[in-house]
Design a protein around this ligand. Structure first.
Ligand code: GCO
Length: 453
């Protein structure tokens, strides 16, 4: 069928990964401002104190978005920049920054998509229990109300949470992300439940304080499961695995259904309730009603996946990757099929229009002798993944694609060692250089993907 005429070709970033602007701006600390100062936690001791200096260079960055021809831009608001203590006093300089960014985007015909939470937990709220404190649903809701009051006159697209699987799993289960804890399993289920409650409260508050009808979604992630062949039994094997509940408790957060069934169906998956029974917090009907406040779109960050076939015993079996399979700079497998089967399975199950809220790859990009940044691997990645996404449009309502990322940025525990951008950033001079992939993406957007066939 091909991409809709109004398909949102975009790119995504997040506040801590690009903004900088941490001092003299009224910004409060979030858990990443604190965690990155811990010795040994971040590659090279890197921090987001400067990052891409987007706080001061956002007009130049919007001009670059315009040059690429982006239709949309997904960015996050740093909760602690606008509410330095997480609640209460508003930092008007922070609000002015985001307001000016929104105006610059609209002036350039670029649709803003705001992510309310891309892991920027205010440190003052962390000290008050953070995701362990049930009150966080109200704190997050009040923050959402402020954003709706001030920005929903111009912004109509919002995602509440980015990847709760990661901020709970990496932040509190294995501790490689902020705040770097290895919490008791039971605590991680309590935090997960409060994160979903906070999502629901934010949906309520966005709707209540909206200045216009809003399109509200959510941006979880997980690894996709895709079939070895198009035989119905292999497709069923992949579908079963995609929505299954992990048995390995060390990585329990890495799944789809525990995080999306409550939001879209109003109940947790039975398989999980049974398997995790001894770790679960009290889950009330009132909680489930809040968590399942209706949303309009469903986002998913998709990078890669695993291949399955149906075994002779009638159980799914994983197809082991062939030796020498394609990998990205940070070693992730290149599996284009996941961008066809992931959206297809998700749309079948949840029946909400789909946005690919992130997809991309890191590469060891350099400035060549000709002064340009040639990134053929990223162009090949884009061509193969987007061809698969195009196939999914035959039976799936896909509304948009946000490439991760617009520009090279702070890649969490990997610091600046992994370059995900279509735009190269020289972190010494802050010079931006459009990589070859940005020019390729520009031409693709111009033809609405026609060149992919
Ligand atoms: C994530 C986050 C992004 C990452 C990107 C590359 O998906 O982990 O949303 O902030 O930087 O995905 O890892």
């Amino acid at each position: 069928m091909g991409f809709r005429n109004d398909f949102m070709w975009g790119a995504a970033t997040s506040s801590y990964q690009i903004e900088g602007g941490v001092s003299g701006t009224g910004k409060g600390k979030n858990v990443w401002d604190v965690f990155t100062k811990e010795p040994g936690k971040i590659f090279g001791g890197h921090t987001g104190d400067m990052a891409c200096d987007h706080y001061h260079r956002f007009r130049e960055d919007v001009r670059i978005m315009k040059e690429i021809g982006l239709k949309a831009y997904r960015f996050s608001i740093d909760w602690s920049r606008v509410l330095p203590e997480g609640s209460g006093k508003v930092n008007e300089e922070g609000m002015a920054f985001y307001s000016a960014l929104i105006d610059e985007l609209l002036k350039n015909g670029i649709e803003p998509f705001i992510t309310l939470y891309h892991w920027e937990l205010p440190y003052e709220l962390y000290k008050r229990g953070g995701w362990m404190n049930p009150q966080i649903a109200d704190w997050f809701g009040d923050y959402a109300a402020l954003i709706a009051e001030r920005f929903s006159d111009r912004v109509k697209n919002f995602f509440t949470l980015n990847e709760p699987q990661c901020f709970v799993g990496l932040g509190f289960l294995n501790g490689v992300h902020a705040p770097g804890l290895k919490s008791p399993l039971r605590d991680t289920f309590e935090m997960a439940h409060n994160a979903l409650r906070a999502h629901g409260r934010a949906v309520q508050q966005l709707r209540t304080h909206a200045q216009q009808p809003l399109t509200i979604g959510y941006a979880p992630t997980s690894g996709v499961c895709y079939p070895e062949t198009e035989k119905p039994e292999d497709i069923e094997a992949a579908r079963q695995m995609y929505f299954s509940i992990p048995e390995n408790m060390e990585n329990w957060t890495w799944n789809v259904s525990w995080w999306s069934d409550p939001v879209l169906f109003g109940h947790y998956p039975e398989e999980g309730l049974a398997r995790y029974e001894k770790y679960l917090p009290r889950i009330t009907e009132e909680d489930l009603r809040l968590i399942s406040e209706p949303i309009d779109i469903y986002g998913q960050n998709i990078y890669n996946g695993r291949c399955f076939r149906m075994g002779a015993d009638g159980k799914p079996e994983e197809v082991i990757r062939t030796a020498g399979y394609g990998r990205t700079g940070c070693g992730w497998p290149v599996t284009p099929e996941c961008l066809r089967w992931g959206p297809k399975f998700l749309y079948e199950r949840y029946k909400k229009p789909i946005y690919i809220t992130e997809n991309g790859m890191s590469a060891h990009d350099i400035v060549s002798v000709d002064g340009r940044v040639h990134d053929p691997n990223r162009i090949d990645f884009l061509a193969k993944y987007l061809r698969e996404l195009q196939k999914a449009t035959d039976d799936t309502d896909i509304r948009g694609y946000f490439h991760w990322s617009l520009m090279d940025n702070f890649e969490w525990d990997k610091g600046y060692s992994e370059r995900f951008g279509m735009v190269y950033v020289d972190f010494l001079t802050q010079e931006r250089i459009l990589k070859d992939s940005a020019l390729w993406y520009r031409d693709l957007i111009h033809t609405n993907g026609a060149g992919l066939r």
